[in-house]
Write a protein that binds this ligand. Structure first.
Ligand code: G3P
Ligand code: MG
Length: 239
């Protein structure tokens, strides 16, 4: 079983910032998970919400601001004053920082296009990964089935995963046309009879977001492939 640092080491540093990803690269975690949205001028930025309200000192939609505007906001102080000066990073910055510290780290890019349809997000992400030669260590996931299908149409090799919550009916029938390599689910699915069947059929499960030892041990027993956590340090010695 592998560990991914969810939004970086987001339990100890502001989520989706370079500080959180540096901490992840140094933590011993096998991978990172991050969320991407598109700025008004088409830059891929790493931020969970569609707006900057919760995680910066500004307000407004990411899609309505240019990259130059977005990077002026403080994305660290909301978490702790010691992180003042952290800004919203671009995907390129995150990839560079992580690989500088740990070049074989697995990168899970979650396309946050289930609320807003960002034009060409899939193309832009694939283009950047090709440019950086990082396709082989990357997994692209999304809650949006159409987007994940599009990634597969654009690239027959890149690892993809469909994201969902709970225990949806007919999950295998629904995901078959998407041609994904794995499912990203919560603990309820991983521990359900359906979860068992899916894993027995050879479909890996990666589970979010696990922050207690009790859940971690149950998932380890269930034989899931990856646990995503805000606190990789809690579990590294228990793999
Ligand atoms: O990618 C797994 C997980 O991050 C999905 O939920 O809301 O934390 O992006 P969320
Ligand atoms: Mg996410």
């Amino acid at each position: 079983m592998k560990l991914f640092a969810h939004r970086g080491v987001s339990g100890e540093a502001p989520e989706n910032t370079l500080a959180a990803f540096k901490a992840a690269a140094e933590s011993g975690a096998h991978g990172i998970e991050l969320d991407v949205q598109l700025s008004k001028d088409g830059h891929i930025v790493v931020i969970h919400d569609e707006t900057i309200d919760r995680t910066t000192n500004g307000t407004g939609y990411v899609k309505d601001m240019t990259w130059e505007q977005l990077r002026t906001y403080d994305a660290g102080s909301w978490f702790h004053s010691s992180f003042q000066g952290e800004s919203i990073p671009s995907l390129e910055e995150v990839l560079d920082v992580v690989t500088a510290h740990h070049d074989s780290m697995i990168i899970n890019i979650e396309l946050k296009n289930d609320q807003i349809d960002y034009p060409q997000l899939e193309e832009k992400v694939l283009e950047l990964l090709n440019e950086k030669g990082m396709k082989e260590q990357t997994i692209i996931s999304s809650f949006n089935p159409e987007s994940i299908k599009k990634v597969r149409q654009l690239d027959s090799d890149i690892e993809t995963a469909f994201l969902f919550e709970g225990i949806p009916a007919n999950i295998l029938d629904r995901t078959k046309p998407l041609q994904v390599n794995a499912l990203h689910c919560d603990a309820s699915f991983a521990q359900s009879p359906t979860g068992r069947i899916v894993m027995d059929m050879g479909m890996p499960l990666r589970v979010f977001t696990i922050n207690t030892m009790e859940e971690f041990q149950l998932l380890k027993k269930a034989n899931v492939s990856v646990v995503m956590t805000d606190y990789p340090g809690l579990f590294l010695d228990h793999l």
